[in-house]
Design a protein around this ligand. Structure first.
Ligand SMILES: [Zn+2]
Ligand SMILES: [Zn+2]
Length: 646
């Protein structure tokens, strides 16, 4: 008798050995048709693997990340088969699934693969797929595996590091590959496949090793999915924040200043400032107090916090003073500084919670190869705050932070999000600092707050930081991509390390609980995501310039200036394009700059005291004549729609 427990807690009993596919069939034929991979007791298995012990079974379809992973990894086998046929003598190395698709690293020897070859490879992959070959795992002895791959030094290296008795090959069609498993039932469900690109990649990521060719591909169960995906890729290119940042003159990178260190241009700085003011205003209402701390701190500060032991070797190295022998580190996080602010005076339970907020710039070393636009940088500003409270206040404080995060998302047009509660990996207790009792308390507080606030959340074991469990918001952008935005983290550890306390109602000293939180995460990364989400068409309240006054000719300069003054009285941010250019050219340039409104002024407008209003992206529509007052109330109505009161 085998007992199989399903994710909903239901238990199915089977008199004889069964496979995941048998279990799926016992539930419904419909499910069985859709199941493409499975895991048993948290280990990835085949849908045909025989279950011989009791355990927990999860069945995956294309809609699950695990299902996609099996689908893409399986396609990499088929692509490897096609490559071997088309380029005899190549050496295969590794071919894993990635977030979007898969790759295979290949040593092509003297042969070359170019864009022109992609089509024939794709065609062959689909031809093989249509033959509906099953993927079958086979155990191979180490000696045999080494013999089979004796001409492939890469596979030989992989096999040498494996233990005899654990080495498996995967067969399909007349092809086999060294593989740990995790495949779809057969090749027949691969209906669409595309090679996306080829790039150089060093064997095992080490530049001392030979450079291989990485062939990137993606595949889908429907042709339409592939078409949609390719369209999405094109749109993502158009919305790339590095491209938009240049076009909108928001930020710049200078090799002379240093890589990964963004320079904010006037328009970008104005955008940041607006975001900061927006959050500061809400935080003030929520009882936060602004603080300011320096960009460096003594090494001892981070030794105390534990950051030095954990990250010191991978950080910017200490700065030494010329005479005193002092050592300072560039501030990698604001928390230790805020702990010392808390320590500046004694507190009673009646004073708590204390909520210290700072737009604090921090510096973290990233390898140059990891840097990417504003999303991976070496210097960035966190919209940071630390809340120091009593254990009894933790639940309420956590809920208040969730309210603030939801307010931020709502005001910036992020409507589609989920939450992830990251807890300990119970099998790895040594990874974490702090007592088990405190961890349990903190984890409970987060989960109950997420539940009470009606968040759509999942719990991820093993994803917690070393010093505490956390809640992360995962936001889906307009292109359907997920971004982690907004972190709330409970910390029982730093209060201990910094010996923080308050006097309780019992007149004894107690430890406060600390919450770290950052709704934006960092200004740099947030603005990058916002740029790609909106394509640069920010919510109206946030646009550095909400309107541009376009004069039909220089004759109307004075009237244009008068309009600008009137708009300023209504707190509308505008600028004037009074150049001696055609109105068509001025409109086209204003469109590229994503200016929400174009206000055209000429003889008629001057005579009537009006403006001719044209919206961004409204090509073909006729302009609307309005008075300044009418336009101002239109702008204010639109702002009220997105920017609610906190
Ligand atoms: Zn495989
Ligand atoms: Zn912190």
């Amino acid at each position: 008798m085998i007992k199989v427990t399903l994710p909903d807690g239901s238990v199915k009993e089977f008199a004889q050995v069964v496979t995941p596919m048998d279990v799926a069939k016992s539930i419904s034929e419909g499910l069985a048709r859709n199941v493409i991979s499975a895991s048993y007791n948290a280990a990835t298995i085949e849908t045909t693997t025989e279950l011989t012990t009791d355990g927990n079974l999860v069945l995956y379809t294309w809609n699950d990340a695990e299902g996609k992973k099996a689908f893409w990894h399986s396609t990499s086998h088929v692509m490897a088969q096609a490559l071997e046929e088309l380029y005899p003598g190549i050496k295969l190395t590794l071919g894993p699934a990635i977030d979007n698709g898969f790759y295979y690293d290949v040593d092509f020897g003297e042969q070359r693969i170019t864009d022109a070859d992609f089509k024939k490879i794709e065609d062959r992959v689909l031809e093989i797929s249509r033959e509906k070959h099953e993927f079958k795992m086979r155990l191979v002895s180490k000696a045999e595996a080494l013999e089979i791959y004796k001409h492939n030094e890469y596979k030989t290296e992989l096999i040498s590091n494996l233990e005899d008795g654990t080495i498996t090959f995967c067969d399909h069609s007349n092809f086999f590959d060294l593989c740990r498993g995790g495949h779809i039932p057969n090749t027949g469900i691969i209906k669409a496949m595309k090679i996306l690109s080829v790039a150089g990649a060093y064997w095992r990521g080490d530049e001392k090793n030979k450079q291989l060719t990485r062939v990137y591909g993606i595949s889908f169960p429907k042709q339409k999915d592939l078409t949609d995906y390719l369209e999405l890729l094109e749109e993502a290119k158009r919305r790339d924040h590095r491209k938009l940042g240049k076009e909108l003159e928001l930020f710049h990178f200078s090799q002379r200043v240093g890589q990964g260190l963004p320079l904010w241009l006037p328009k970008g700085a104005a955008l940041r400032d607006r975001l900061e003011q927006f959050l500061k205003k809400a935080q003030k209402k929520a009882g936060y107090e602004q603080v300011v701390t320096p960009h460096i701190g003594q090494k001892e500060l981070y030794v105390t916090s534990g950051h030095y032991a954990k990250y010191g070797a991978d950080s910017f190295q200490p700065i030494h003073t010329p005479a005193e022998g002092e050592e300072f580190l560039l501030k990698p996080m604001n928390c230790p500084h805020h702990c010392e602010i808390y320590n500046a005076k004694p507190w009673s339970y009646k004073d708590l919670p204390k909520r210290y907020a700072e737009f604090g710039t921090v510096y973290r070393y990233e390898q140059s190869g990891e840097l990417h636009g504003l999303t991976r940088v070496r210097g960035f500003t966190q919209d940071d705050a630390h809340i120091f409270c009593t254990p009894d206040q933790l639940d309420a404080e956590f809920k208040n932070v969730i309210d603030l995060v939801l307010y931020v998302f709502g005001s910036l047009g992020f409507e589609n999000f989920t939450a992830q509660v990251s807890v300990r990996d119970l099998n790895n207790p040594d990874k974490y600092i702090g007592s088990v009792e405190n961890w349990e308390k903190a984890e409970k507080a987060i989960i109950s707050a997420a539940k009470d606030k009606g968040l759509n959340y999942v719990i991820e074991a093993g994803e917690a930081a070393f010093y505490g469990p956390k809640l992360d918001f995962m936001v889906k952008d307009a292109l359907g991509r997920s971004w982690q935005l907004g972190t709330i983290q409970v910390d029982y550890n730093l209060p201990e390390r910094f010996d923080l306390h308050y006097k309780g109602s019992d007149n004894e000293l107690h430890r406060p609980v600390m919450i770290h939180r950052a709704p934006f995460g960092s200004m740099e990364r947030f603005i990058a995501i916002l740029l790609e989400h909106t394509g640069g068409n920010f919510p109206l309240w946030l646009m550095p310039e909400q309107a541009i006054i376009l004069s039909l000719s220089e004759k109307y300069e004075n009237y244009a200036k008068k309009v600008l003054d009137l708009l300023e009285n209504h707190e509308i941010r505008a600028l004037i394009d009074n150049r001696n250019e055609t109105i068509g050219k001025k409109i086209r340039e204003a469109e590229v700059k994503k200016l929400p409104f174009m206000l055209i002024v000429g003889e008629e407008e001057e005579k009537n005291g009006t403006i001719s209003v044209r919206r961004h992206g409204d090509a073909g529509k006729s302009n609307e004549a309005m008075t300044i007052e009418q336009f101002a109330s239109l702008v204010n109505d639109e702002i009220q729609k997105t920017l609610k009161q906190f």
